[in-house]
Every structure is written in structure tokens, then in C-alpha cells.
Design a binder for this molecule. Structure first.
Ligand code: HAM
Length: 441
């Protein structure tokens, strides 16, 4: 790789690309603040330890970590949730609950780059802390949906696949899978759609090693469980399965409460119950979800869920939390495919040209005055021929040209030419700002 190329999986943004990024960030920010979320930020470089214990094996393998010159083990952040939990833990006593915070930041994962997956990506995070009930999960899911709708996407474009690690743990317990094997079993479930039957069985044998549970039977029962794709079916599934472990009925009531709230928000059409979603990150404890493009097997647009134990693990008090992260890469691909990206930014409203060196001062003074008045104004660095300068104004995408020529200067006026219609009018130099603020935009 030549030394002057950027690193694999890292991106560069030319102005037209950055304009799209800004549109994405602005839309995220506007939706989140509209929901009453406040913005926060944390360092991109963090102590390695913040991630090694808290995020789970998959992400740890993908860390961009190194030792700094002071011998500290550090890592670029692969996600923002552990940093958020640390911030919340440090001020837990004084934060007014529920805490509704969002962040937009760059994250780094040492992954094999492929479509929708890079080594650097931006993520919109929105989290609610201090509320353990499904009301907070509903609010987080509603924000995930509305922030996608704000780009012009609708229920035919994406859906939220909703699942629940609490119900999973209860189900695994009910089929005799010991607690210590539950996390490893869920890691296998995470691969249910990707692995061949033989590999799946092997993975399940490993997950259940040392336990009396039968891997093939467990897999069959798991397949029965993930086939339940509505709350009604889940309720019937557990009702018919004889004595079920304590806790399933209250958990199904939480599901009802969550789905009722989402229905009240008018968002039911975006939701599908999908128990195949278990999430790769280790800290999730309850409802979990991922947002996918409706057709196509693209990578997730967003993922999240409840993580009630993380703040405590980072030294804080008990502080339940739920939230999601939405990436910019898959979203941008989808918006492009659906033709929902904004038009490229337009040029200045006024572009001043000076036809001779003695006109320069007047033209610069005019530009400066317009800029101070909040009008987008630009100018040609060089004086010269009318035709060439008009061309420069058009290339800059200017809507109007301010022409400062020797004749205009002698008469104390400036000529304004509309680049589209080519219509011209003349106004006194002294009344430039009042005139243009009057007619502007
Ligand atoms: P995650 O599922 O790892 O969750 O990431 C969330 C989203 O970030 C993904 O759905 C995807 O859009 C994007 N993303 C992740 N990795 C990459 C990558 N290598 N390239 C491009 N985009 C990527 C989390 O990170 C959790 N911390 C989210 C969360 C917040 N949970 C609760 N609060």
C-alpha cells in the first residue's frame, strides 16, 4: 500500500460527501433533540480495560488497541456504550432520571472491510438511563424508528426485529440448559441463520459441554422457540409447554406493555417479533432489537437493547439502561439506493466581481457587509474581463452576480445580475445591504 493512501476501511470525505454526512448528523440530532434527548461526547481513545470486560468477545477481537508512549494499554473506541456508562456512573447521584442522552461519534473496529462494514464508522447513540420498565424501551425504539423516518424512509423500507434476552434466559432454563451455559448458547443462536446444520450442532455441543443437556434436542427446541413470531404465539407456546419457569408470565406482560406503547405511537407496522435476534454484545439483559432494511439481506442499520448491569459494573449504583446505536454506513447506502440523499449544496446567493483593480475595494466592502448581514456572499480573487468573471460566478453556483465596474463605481451604484434569467438591475452602493436583505431570500 503506498504510504499516502488512507488506511483500509477508513474514509475520506470530499465536500460533496461531507455535505451528505452533515445531512445525516443534522437529521439524527434534530430527531433526538425533538424527543428531549441531550447530547454528550467522550474521548475516542479510552483505556483498553473499559472494553475488554464489558463488551464481549466479538468486539474485543476487533479492537484497535495499542500501548501509548506512557506504557498505557489503550484502544480507540469500538462503541460508545461503555463510555456512556462510565459518565453516568460518575454522576449517578445527581442526574435527574430518566436520563435521556444521545451522541454522534466516530467508532473504530478492526474488521474485515466489506459492504456496510468498515473500520471507521459514525454511530448515532441514544440511551435512556434510570428507568427499568418497558416505557424506556418503547421510547428508545420509537426514536430509532422516527430518526429513520425523518430521512423519508417508511415501513416498506425497514423494520425493527424485536427480541428479548430475559425471555431467552427463561426459555433456556425451562428446557434444562444450565445458567452457566446460557450465554454460550445464545452466541450459537446468534449464528443460527449463518451456520450449516453440522457446524451448528458442533457449536451447540461446545456451548453445552459438561452439562447434561442434549445438544441436538436443545437445538430442536430452540428452533421451535424462534418460530414464534408474535406475542400471541409466544404466549401460546409457553402455555402449552407444561410447567414453565417462574417469571415467564410477568415477562409476557412486559411485552404487552412495550407493544401497546409502540402501537400508541403508531409504530406497530415497523415491528416484527423475531427471537433469532440475541445481539453479540455481552452486556444486554432484556429487550434487544436490530433494525434491518425490509427486503434484502443487508447488514443492520441499528442495534440496541437493555443493559441493566453495565453502570454498576463501571462503579456506579444500580442504574438500568436501554438504548441503541445506528451506523452511518448502512444508512447512507440505503438512502442512496432509495434516492433519498439531498441535492448537493448550492453556491452563494451573491458573487461579487470587480472589472478593474480600482473597483476592488468597493466590491470587497460590499461582500464583507453582506456576510455580516448573514447573506451568503463570495467573490473572485482576481479582477478581469466581464465574460471570464461571469463564468467564474456561474461555476461557483452563484444565484446572483454583483458587478462592480468603473462606470458603476463612478455613478455610485452596483449592478445585480440574476445568473438564471440574466435580468439585471442597479442599486446604489450605499443601500446594498438594506436592499438585499429586503429582497432576500
Ligand atoms: P452494534 O450492533 O455493535 O451495537 O452497532 C450498532 C450499529 O452500528 C450497527 O447496526 C451498524 O449499523 C453500525 N456498525 C457497527 N459496526 C460497524 C462497522 N464495522 N462498520 C459500519 N457500521 C457498523 C453497538 O455498538 C451498541 N453499543 C449499541 C447500543 C447503544 N446499545 C445500547 N446503546
Amino acid at each position: 500500500m503506498p504510504a499516502f493512501n488512507s488506511l483500509p476501511g477508513f474514509r475520506e470525505f470530499y465536500p460533496e460527501d461531507q455535505a451528505i454526512q452533515n445531512h445525516i448528523f443534522d437529521t439524527w440530532r434534530k430527531t433526538a433533540t425533538g424527543f428531549g434527548f441531550q447530547e454528550w461526547e467522550a474521548p475516542v481513545l479510552e483505556p483498553l480495560e473499559l472494553f475488554t470486560e464489558k463488551s464481549g468477545e466479538e468486539i474485543v477481537r476487533q479492537l484497535f488497541n495499542f500501548e501509548d508512549k506512557g506504557g498505557r494499554k489503550v484502544s480507540l473506541r469500538p462503541e460508545m456504550t461503555p463510555s456512556l456508562a462510565r459518565l453516568a456512573a460518575a454522576r449517578a447521584g445527581s442526574l435527574r432520571r430518566p436520563v435521556k442522552w444521545f451522541a454522534i461519534g466516530e467508532n473504530f473496529r478492526y474488521e474485515k472491510q466489506q459492504r456496510g462494514r468498515l473500520r471507521s464508522f459514525y454511530q448515532f447513540n441514544a440511551d435512556i438511563l434510570g428507568e427499568s420498565g418497558p416505557a424506556a424501551d418503547a421510547e428508545a425504539i420509537a426514536l430509532a424508528i422516527e430518526s429513520l423516518r425523518a430521512f423519508g424512509l417508511g415501513e416498506t423500507d425497514f423494520r425493527v426485529r424485536l427480541s428479548d434476552r430475559t425471555l431467552w434466559f427463561l426459555f433456556l432454563q425451562s428446557i434444562g440448559i444450565p445458567e452457566e451455559c446460557a450465554a454460550a448458547t445464545l452466541a450459537v443462536v446468534d449464528k443460527l441463520e449463518r451456520l450449516q446444520p453440522d457446524d451448528l450442532l458442533k457449536a451447540m455441543e461446545e456451548a453445552l459441554a459438561g452439562s447434561p443437556a442434549n445438544p441436538a434436542e436443545a437445538l430442536a427446541r430452540i428452533r421451535g422457540f424462534v418460530a414464534q413470531d408474535s406475542l400471541e404465539k409466544l404466549a401460546a407456546f409457553f402455555a402449552g409447554s407444561g410447567p414453565v419457569s417462574e417469571g415467564i408470565q410477568p415477562r409476557l406482560a412486559d411485552w404487552s406493555a412495550l407493544l401497546e406503547r409502540l402501537a400508541a405511537f403508531g409504530l406497530s407496522d415497523f415491528i416484527s417479533v423475531d427471537m433469532t435476534i440475541v445481539r453479540g454484545l455481552a452486556y444486554y439483559t432484556g429487550f434487544v432489537f436490530e433494525v434491518f432494511e425490509r427486503d434484502g439481506d443487508g447488514r443492520a442499520l441499528a442495534g440496541g437493547g437493555r443493559y441493566d448491569a453495565l453502570v454498576k459494573k463501571l462503579g456506579g449504583p444500580d442504574m438500568p439502561a436501554t438504548g441503541f446505536g445506528m451506523g452511518d454506513v448502512t444508512l447512507r447506502n440505503l438512502l442512496e439506493a432509495k434516492n433519498l440523499l439531498p441535492a448537493p449544496p448550492s453556491g452563494p446567493d451573491y458573487y461579487a466581481i470587480a472589472l478593474a483593480p480600482e473597483c476592488r475595494s468597493a466590491s470587497l466592502a460590499g461582500v464583507a457587509a453582506l456576510r455580516r448581514a448573514g447573506i451568503r456572499a463570495d467573490y473572485s480573487f482576481k479582477e478581469g474581463r466581464f465574460g471570464k468573471l461571469i463564468q467564474a460566478a456561474e461555476q461557483a453556483g452563484a444565484k446572483n452576480v454583483l458587478i462592480y465596474g468603473p462606470d458603476e463605481l463612478a455613478a455610485g451604484v452596483v449592478k445585480i445580475r440574476n445568473t438564471g434569467t440574466r435580468a439585471e438591475r442597479t442599486i446604489p452602493i450605499a443601500s446594498l445591504v438594506p436592499e438585499l436583505t429586503k429582497t432576500f431570500p
